[in-house]
Design a protein around this ligand. Sequence first.
Ligand SMILES: [Mg+2]
Length: 180
Amino acid sequence: MKMKKKIIFLDGDGTLWYPRTTKRSQKPHWVYHDPETKDNYLEHLELTPHTKEALEYLSGKGIYLVVLSANPYAEDVAIKEIKERLEHFGLASLFYTYRSSEGSDPNGKSSIILEVLNTLGLNKKDALMVGDSYFYDYLAAKNIGVDAFFIENNVSKMPSQTPHDLKSIKEVHELVDILI
Ligand SMILES: [Mg+2]
């Protein structure tokens, strides 16, 4: 069944891009800390498959796209880093905005989703969250009544029992067939 959405919140690491060498087989954050990669990490990241084309398509349909990334740094530093990644991948013009939530707060993304919806005068049912972290992305949205897709992977922390109604996709580009 097709979903109708006006705004999509997308996580960054592990969702839009990941380390070229480990993709989703390891938590992606090592690339920012490893002495071999930290000084030029952009060179060690790649976009997930067909993500750019999918985002161009969705943006062309008038859907607002928002990067919503959890980050250990203060929001102004984090925003600069997200912007740098978006520009590196040639995605910056496709996004309405990019925001960062505190990395230590599993519900950090919830309040930002509500804030952005409020700013745009949109409803929760207009929104979709997509991310590779069960608790920080998927549940942060579900907890406030916003639809979400979990990007399938084996490194996200999961609840002891996977919910029977878990909505998941393998890649961002699947949204093209699910939406509109
Ligand atoms: Mg992630």
